[in-house]
Design a protein around this ligand. Sequence first.
Ligand code: EPZ
Length: 427
Amino acid sequence: MDSIYIVGGNRLTGEVKVSGSKNGTLAIMAGALLAKGPTILENVPRITDVHTMMEMLQELGVRVRELEPNTFEIDATDLQSHEAPYDLVKKMRASFCVAGPLIGRLGYAKVPMPGGCDIGARPVDFHVKGLQMLGAKVTMEHGYVEAKADKLKGATIYLDFPSAGATQHIMTAACLAEGVTRIENCAMEPEVNDLAEFLIAMGAKIKGGGTSTIEIEGVDEMRGARYRMIPDRMEAGTLAMAACITRGDVLLTDCSPEHCSAMFKKLQETGVKVIEGPDWARVIADSRPKATDIKTMPHPGFPTDMQQPFAALLAVADGTSVITENVYERRFKYVSELGRMGADIIQEGRTAIIKGVPKLTGAEVSSSDLRAGAALIIAALAADGRSEISGVEHIDRGYERIVDKLASLGAEIVRREAAPETSARMA
Ligand code: EPZ
């Protein structure tokens, strides 16, 4: 397995392009199953989660090919299989969302229940409830969800929590249903609205994308479309925080500031200057960050995915910050790793109390999930000395060429085969 090696202390400056959205791409790729005909997706990030979803589609009989870097053609005309393979769903939860489109196209879906992960149990009960309310006969046994329906029928579905995945999943399932579906208390994440725009481009009839109520009027057939992925707001936030912790000055291009509003507002509270353009943002930090409090919430609140990277910045802030994680039940696994670098963080349940320290020190640390890995990279960029970050496979899931991007901004960062375990360390 590879590791990322960083020597902290360099100030990040310059310009960097933000890649296409991981979470937007995964939902849209599942939605592409609805169409007979080729769909062309542009600005697709080349990351392992996208590769896993491509494999999933190919297993289902979908033709997938990369026309040029970051541009993929997906043609689900000859969709054959209704069964998603366990080894792929196990790797990536988002692939569970192929169930709805499969029922819409084939009348049947057999998809493994995704397991939990390091940030929470992540059940799929809202997804299943939605499919059942649309008329699917759902059984759950032997670790699989099987859902059957000759034709799904529109329904009004209230979500107990504005789940992004459940909103996206039900929206795609409803596109080929008979009649009108209303999803109430639905998610308003930019990636949800972007999926609605994509489905409309394929011929769906959808109103209310980006609001808390979405209405879908079923159609008989959908066609392929050409569509460009929106910028990845989580990568934008990660790069912004990396710039800030090094007291740098970085221009983020192909970025959508309106999607990053909560993040940028909280960065400004720490004393960072954020200048916003239509499709760019410049972050300038020239002093130690000030402490601030974070409460993660569904969009437009502060995004849970940025909680971990922000904690790394607050670890060196002037003062004490409190982070409250309201979306997942256990998204603080990185705290102990930051502690190895000298951070002073106490975690109690869904709250982390961060007493800022003047400096972190480089250390050997391990990333447990995608955003925890981002937090460790951010911390290492400002730490005294050298850090080795293992578990890079988690980071590869959602960050395209992150090492190259940070190096281009002046970071002393390389990726190499992990140093072989020495016997001493083995002991
Ligand atoms: C999406 O996950 C993102 N992943 C997550 O990003 C993100 O953290 C999350 O939305 C919240 O914004 C993708 O889009 C691929 P949810 P999703 O359904 O859809 C509970 C990253 O780092 N819940 O909005 O799975 C769930 O347990 C990843 O890029 C149920 O209880 O998130 C969680 O506590 C991590 N039952 C809360 O809702 C359900 O049926 C929010 O989950 C579904 C969800």
